[in-house]
Design a protein around this ligand. Structure first.
Ligand SMILES: [Zn+2]
Ligand SMILES: [Zn+2]
Ligand SMILES: [Zn+2]
Length: 141
């Protein structure tokens, strides 16, 4: 991914540009599926674990990525443009594949229209389905 484009994406979410942040965002832009801290360490070897962790936390806080927990492991996925520092709008289904152990966002199944009783302000909604993802079912055929 072109470096200018990566910087633009960081600026869009009010994230100060650093070499590490550019590297990490580049990984997210290349992966179609979720990325965990362990994945990041593997891809960007020689990177300090706590720096990577802090980078993920900053991205999450600024609305660039959202985390999904499955099997006690947090994996992160890119947010859409609507997410910002105040709010995340990732109210869609997350699909965990038992075969490749990866999570994907299924934006087609979204819950933005859900109605809640008056007086409740929803800040986080979690919907996780699991099974076999599209790529894995194609391979097994
Ligand atoms: Zn988000
Ligand atoms: Zn799979
Ligand atoms: Zn998602």
């Amino acid at each position: 991914m072109n470096s200018k484009l990566i910087e633009k994406k960081l600026e869009l979410k009010n994230i100060a540009i650093t070499a590490m942040r550019k590297l990490v965002l580049d990984v997210f832009l290349h992966q179609k599926k979720a990325v965990s801290l362990a994945d990041l360490e593997e891809i960007l070897n020689n990177s300090d674990r706590s720096t990577l962790y802090r980078t993920l936390k900053t991205f999450e806080q600024k609305g660039l990525i959202h985390g999904v927990q499955e099997n006690n492991k947090t994996q992160y996925l890119l947010c859409n443009d609507a997410c910002d520092e105040e709010n995340h709008y990732d109210f869609h289904l997350h699909f965990y594949c038992k075969n490749c152990e990866k999570t994907t966002c299924l934006e087609d199944v979204n819950f933005n229209q859900l109605k809640f009783p008056k007086g409740y302000k929803i800040q986080n909604l979690k919907f996780v389905a699991n099974g076999i993802c599209k790529e894995c079912s194609l391979i097994s055929k």
